[in-house]
Design a protein around this ligand. Structure first.
Ligand code: KIV
Length: 272
């Protein structure tokens, strides 16, 4: 189905707020390298998130905690070289902003300066308000991330749905309002009940991008390896797979191996 929407030559933080105002949903995907980012950008995505999920899907770590600021800058600069239209948001990795607001600003500046990214994202609400304000005051656009915040996985203990209890739901609502008040241009809401997510999206003017947060928010984000079906051991309810690339690639690799071993590749036409 094609959807009538305003054509944007370049997506900016302003376009996103306008999209929310006009009721146009925002489509966001992760990407971590040049080739993938080029395809995603040409397809018309609104936002590429250079997520710290690179720690999982690119580097094979169990959590997002080990990825470093230098590694995030490497991924972000590869993505930036590929894109023409979308807005690029880069995660501040664990340990690069929790210490103090000066440390947070230095990390954000390194990302902007060394990768050419357009904005940064960081996890948390009230506890990191000072860091958010300091980064914003340097003119760097900030996206928040609330709900399930994977950098705090050892505090939560599990990746289950957050804010099912009233106390956590109330804090979440307060934090979302605070992020809006501080000047964030949007926020990611991860794995929270759909009704709560909708209530939050309706209560603030900045776009709320959900992952496992239902359909009542202003946009959706997925990890690209998951939606392409390259990973198949990860099966949360919120994940829609648009391809089964794992099987497609497995078949292609097997065919190649057979062709090489049988001498079928290269053929006469495939050599000089
Ligand atoms: O790092 C990431 O991919 C993310 C998304 C899950 C929102 O933060």
């Amino acid at each position: 189905m094609s959807i009538a929407k305003k054509e944007y030559k370049r997506i900016t933080t302003k376009s996103l707020v306008e999209m929310k105002r006009n009721g146009e949903k925002i489509a966001m995907l992760t990407a971590y390298d040049y080739t993938m980012a080029k395809i995603v950008d040409h397809a018309g995505i609104d936002i590429i998130l250079v997520g710290d999920s690179a720690s999982n899907v690119m580097a094979g770590h169990e959590t997002t905690l080990p990825i470093t600021l230098d590694q995030m800058i490497y991924h972000a600069s590869s993505v930036i070289r590929a894109i023409e239209r979308c807005l690029v948001v880069v995660d501040l990795p664990f340990g690069s902003y929790q210490g103090n607001s000066r440390n947070a600003l230095e990390s954000a500046i390194r990302i902007m300066k060394e990768s050419g990214a357009h904005s940064i994202k960081l996890e948390g609400g009230e506890e990191i308000a000072e860091s958010i304000s300091r980064i914003l005051s340097a003119g760097i656009p900030v996206m928040g991330h609330l709900g399930l915040t994977p950098q705090s996985i050892y505090k939560f203990g599990t990746y289950t749905v957050r804010a099912k209890e009233d106390i956590e739901a109330e804090k979440l609502k307060k934090d979302a309002k605070l992020l809006e008040k501080l000047g964030c241009f949007g926020l990611v809401l991860e794995k929270v009940p759909a009704k709560l997510a909708q209530e939050i999206a309706e209560s603030i003017s900045i776009p709320v991008i959900g992952i496992g947060a239902g359909s009542g928010v202003d946009g959706q984000v997925l990890v690209i390896h998951d939606m392409l079906g390259m990973t198949h051991e990860f099966n949360p309810r919120f994940l829609r797979r648009y391809l089964d690339l794992y099987s497609e690639m497995d078949g292609a690799f097997k065919n190649y191996i057979n062709d090489v071993k049988s001498g079928d590749f290269p053929s006469n036409e495939e050599q000089y």
